[in-house]
Design a protein around this ligand. Structure first.
Ligand code: SF4
Ligand code: FES
Length: 274
């Protein structure tokens, strides 16, 4: 459908009837691999009120103008990471990004793009397969070798505080999408998997620290990070994956110096776990 025709329909179905409401222009990336040779931006003019998020705006389009629009969401409160998108030139969570705030920041329109550098399945939905494969590869669960305690494995508030930042990652994929080493090195595990490895290496309850270091201590792991800091800028949760990767490098060198056996066994030990 031509943009002008779509805009006319926008006005009929949403805009002019909503007397007293401000309008905002949403430009949304569209791509259907079954019918389109390349992507395009569709323009929608919709009413908005203070407090309305970009995700709300996408729902307005979906429910009132174009039911074929595809996008991901789940929690609608910044927890699941599903709605990460590239909005007005920045990585943001659509459910946490208020339209009025974007306008107050000086943007005249709202541009909504899928996460860059990932294959587009349709519209704003990208293929996260590689992201999840990288995450799975680092065994993102606690590994213990000692006998199970009678009750839980305790951790002091101070010990937990050291990993708080990294536990707070919602696996939205923004840092992965922003990383030039991911773009250029198909084998690189990426900043999320590296940061989550550090999360477990710094967790006092985990008992596979050296193996974990072995898993990422190679050119497809921590050493592939060139400290470009894109991931830090991209993260909507203000997490710093680069500092975690630096921590991994430091701990790996220390493990090498003390001749840790687990380093070499790392990949195999974790890969063999049931
Ligand atoms: S570190 Fe930040 S940007 Fe990366 S996946 Fe986690 S929440 Fe998303
Ligand atoms: S819908 Fe869950 S983070 Fe936005």
């Amino acid at each position: 459908m031509a943009t002008t025709e779509k805009t006319r329909m926008n006005e009929e179905s949403t805009g002019r009837a909503a007397v007293g409401l401000e309008k905002v222009v949403l430009k949304v990336y569209r791509f259907d691999p079954e019918t389109d040779e390349r992507g395009r931006l569709d323009t929608f003019e919709i009413p908005y009120v203070d407090g309305m998020t970009v995700l709300d705006g996408l729902f307005t389009v979906l429910e009132k103008i174009d039911g074929s629009l595809a996008f991901r969401f789940s929690c609608r409160e910044g927890i699941c990471g599903a709605c990460a998108m590239f909005i007005n030139g920045s990585y943001r969570l659509a459910c946490e990004t208020q339209v009025a705030r974007l306008l107050r920041e000086g943007h005249r329109e709202v541009h909504v793009m899928p996460l860059p550098h990932l294959p587009v399945i349709r519209d704003l939905v990208v293929d996260m397969t590689r992201f999840w494969e990288c995450y799975e590869a680092i065994a993102p669960w606690i590994v213990t070798r000692s006998a199970d305690p009678e009750r839980e494995r305790p951790q002091s508030p101070e010990e937990r505080k050291r990993i708080d930042e990294y536990v707070g990652c919602i696996l939205c994929g923004s840092c992965f999408s922003s990383c030039p080493s991911v773009w250029t090195g198909k084998e690189y595990l990426g900043p999320t998997a590296m940061m989550k490895t550090f999360r477990w290496v710094a967790d006092t309850r985990d008992e596979a620290h050296d193996e974990r270091l072995g898993l990422v201590a190679h050119e497809k792991g921590a050493w592939r990070c060139h400290t470009i800091f894109n991931c830090v800028e991209a993260c909507p949760k203000k997490i710093n994956p680069t500092s975690a990767i630096q921590g991994l490098k430091g701990r790996t060198v220390a493990a090498l110096l003390r001749g840790a056996k687990g380093l070499r066994a790392g990949r195999k030990a974790l890969a063999d776990r049931p």
